[in-house]
Design a protein around this ligand. Structure first.
Ligand code: FAD
Length: 512
């Protein structure tokens, strides 16, 4: 059935549903090519799977075992492309892979790492080497039976900030971004789609029109097809939960560990923020609302036991300061085990020439930019071409400096604002890169940055997050724009929430 279009509603070339990494990456690429773009996110940007990842920009060493050479090669090439785009929120990291009898044989690991070093045209990241754990500092915290290890390169990313930076750049290039606004219906009209969007806070419904929809709903991709677009049979993704534990810093060097478990699964122990170690992930089929995924008792035991097989000093439940779980929306290719389902993305265009919807199934954070390029090729087929691909040599907001210049940027920032503590300065440069001057600029003392909420978070930073980064409540600031939530007290959180509410009310009054 076709509906008439409301002549007053705005017509976008492309309307993206879902403000995770894939939706925001597509919106940025499309807006930069000259399409008119809208994006709606039902909660906060990055509040879905994209902020619950293991935070690796990686080829995925273990996918070689499943012969996923295309995926691994594309992801390996992307590591350095993304590192150059965002040298503040992405950093190179060395991974130590201890080996011993009973696990994958050394020749297999050596072969895998040889391919890993050579498949992706590596220029910046150093290659693999062998470590003697008896003398190397990384061996100090490991049990004595581990005497040798391989050390290889990958990168680590602040996943939630990667999402927001893509959204900011999309906005700077003309895209309109609606947060806390849910797509509730999509109906065909005579020349495209009429979409109804509902604001979470007020319940108000807004209508917009679009020539094409991009369904970037992550784990909700089928729900969007079923509930908003009326495709009752949609069942394209397999939901697989992965959980992590965060413990106090387990080792004092900057490298990460790649551990193999006796069930042949692998997991990581990664330096996290400044004071913690992140351990994960698990893999198990999931049913229910993806937003409600939480770590189970058996996952906690699995991760503690697995890590204790490697660390001299066992990891216990008492060490855990935080846990988080995410749900992977893997394309359902009918395989039986959760860890064997493909991590590759699948794009599918549905509908007719005048009203199509392009659905995104699966994918990794690492390949979001390539996914956006592949999707834009389908957009061109559907509604005609605009600009050429442009993101490969671009910079994300705040990342307009060379990868090797990070230390320079940090020391210059520290010299410009000598009143910032070293850890606070490093946090700000890692999170905002050159954009930190937007809210630090001109300050001569900590007092100049306004109220201090704790852990170095000041009113100037919070105002910047509200005005520039769509932050709306303490969760957005403490768990996505930063991870300060791990050490904020209840009282500090309430104070921050009150401040944000009052500030936003004042802004709204001023705008009326
Ligand atoms: P999401 O981030 O979930 O975004 C979808 C968004 O759509 C959500 O924010 C949701 O609120 C919104 N939405 C849904 N319905 C509606 C609606 N009706 N209206 C408006 N908005 C709506 N990848 C890597 O590269 N490296 C890793 O280390 C890594 N580790 C991982 C570890 C775990 C445990 C998991 C689960 C995944 C990991 N991944 C990793 C994969 C990666 O996180 C995901 O592939 C990616 O985040 C998916 O992004 P997305 O944008 O498709 O989905």
């Amino acid at each position: 059935m076709s509906y008439g279009r409301n002549p007053l509603s705005k017509v976008y070339d492309i309307f993206v549903v879902g403000g995770g990494i894939n939706g925001c990456g597509v919106a940025r690429d499309a807006a930069g090519r000259g399409y008119s773009v809208g994006l709606t996110e039902m909660n906060d940007l990055g509040s879905g799977t994209s902020s619950w990842s293991t935070k690796l920009i990686h080829g995925g060493l273990r996918y070689l075992e499943h012969y996923k050479f295309r995926l691994v090669r594309e992801a390996l090439i992307e590591r350095e492309v993304l590192l150059k785009m965002a040298p503040h929120i992405i950093r190179p990291m060395r991974f130590v892979l201890p080996y011993h009898k009973g696990m994958r044989p050394a020749w297999l690991l050596r072969l895998g790492l040889f391919l890993y070093d050579h498949l992706g045209g590596r220029k910046i990241l150093p290659g693999t080497k062998v470590l003697d754990l008896a003398s190397d500092p990384t061996g100090k915290v490991l049990r004595d039976e581990f005497t040798r290890a391989f050390e290889y390169s990958d990168c680590c990313v602040n996943d939630a900030r990667l999402v927001v930076l893509n959204a900011m750049d999309a906005r700077d290039k003309g895209a309109e971004i609606f947060t806390r606004t849910k797509l509730i219906s999509a109906r065909k009209n005579e020349d495209g789609w009429t979409l109804q969007l509902q604001a979470a806070e007020t319940g108000k419904i807004r209508e917009v029109s679009a020539r094409l929809i991009v369904n970037a709903g992550g784990p909700w991709v089928d729900e969007i097809l079923r509930e908003a677009a009326g495709d009752n049979r949609a069942a394209n993704v397999r939901l697989v939960q992965g959980s992590h534990i965060v413990i106090r810093r387990k080792f004092d060097h900057p490298k990460a560990y790649f551990f193999q478990n006796s069930d042949e699964r692998i997991f990581f122990a990664i330096p996290y923020e400044q004071d913690y170690t992140l351990i994960g992930t698990t893999d198990r089929d999931f049913e229910g609302d993806p937003a409600s995924a939480t770590i189970s008792e058996s996952e906690i035991s699995y991760l503690c036991d697995g890590a204790s097989q490697y660390f001299k000093d066992p990891v216990t439940r008492d060490d855990i300061v935080w846990t988080f779980s995410g749900v992977r929306p893997l394309y359902d290719d009918g395989v039986s085990k959760a860890q064997e389902a493909t991590r590759d993305y699948v794009l599918r265009a549905d509908g007719d020439k005048d009203a199509s919807v392009i659905n995104i199934f699966g994918g990794k954070i690492t390949t979001y930019r390539r996914l956006a390029e592949a999707l834009l090729a389908k957009v061109e087929d559907a509604i005609g071409p605009k600009g050429a691909p442009w993101t490969a040599n671009s910079a994300l907001p705040g990342g307009e400096f060379d990868v090797g210049d990070y230390d320079n940027v940090l020391s210059k920032t520290s010299a410009s604002y000598p009143f910032l503590e070293a850890g606070q300065c490093e946090r700000l440069v890692r999170a905002y890169g050159l954009r930190c001057h937007d809210f630090l600029g001109g300050a001569k003392s900590l007092q100049d940055l306004g109220e201090h909420f704790g852990q170095g978070l000041t009113a100037s930073e919070v105002q910047y997050l509200i005005n520039e980064e769509w932050a709306w409540c303490s969760d957005d600031v403490l768990w996505r724009r930063s991870k300060l939530g791990i050490c904020f007290t209840q009282e500090q959180t309430e104070r921050l929430d009150n401040y944000m509410r009052e500030y936003i009310q004042l802004q709204n009054l001023a705008a009326e």
